[in-house]
Design a protein around this ligand. Sequence first.
Ligand SMILES: [Mg+2]
Length: 288
Amino acid sequence: MQYLLKSTALAGLTAAALSFGAAGAAHAEDIGAHDGLNATYWIQNSVEYKANASALYQLAMLRLDQALADKSWTAALEQTGDYQSKPPAVILDIDETVLDNSPYQAWIVEKDKYYSSKTWAPFVESQTSRVIPGSVEFTKYAKSKGVKVIYVSNRKAPGEDATRANLKKFGYPVDEDTDVVLLRGEKDEWKSSNKTPRREHVAASYRILLQLGDNLGDFTDENVKGSPSERLGTFEKYQAMWGKQWIMFANPTYGSWEGAAINNNWKASGSEKRAMKHAIMDEWEGPK
Ligand SMILES: [Mg+2]
């Protein structure tokens, strides 16, 4: 039996391991393998992840001050024309940038599933996303400096009320004077996961000081669905932006990086996906 591990079963396993040593440990071999286990565990439970995210938000506060002091500074490729005198804004992605959805990922691991919009939508409605460390402090800091905090997310438009409620629950600024939660499909021209039209919408009214995200598409749509080498080309093209105007958070649980690894063939089986990832990795020849 795979995936019977819940708290009571886990307690039993631990007790068995303690009582019977190797005999108890043998039960552990019955636990199913899921490709998402280590990444989900790391995001949800490691202090290494929490310290990493906190550090990036500390950096973002320093960059915000720099950006405010330099009227020529912009973080958006979409920012054109006379933007220097426009009011300042920051654009944040939501999932795995501001809100932590590791309980959803943990459910996927425990139930041996993959992401599906059919299960993601009820998770969004449950308003149980958590806080990425440092994100509440950063967004409040930006607001205190007169900077508009704008969220650009590929959550779908029907989830907007739940998303706003989830953000407000933790005290994130969610201004009401204008729409600051820009979700996929809110407008006809926002139907794509491609975020460029929404960045253009923000850039028309604001000087965009910073962009924060966990996915290449949170910054540019260039080669988001490209091959790993094409994506590397985009990374290198914008080398000067990373850590300055663009701040990328770690997300090893999902993302367009995985699509690139599997030719965006999400229908491939687990073993086919693993084979494609193995084929791309560089490996040491091993001891002579
Ligand atoms: Mg995200």
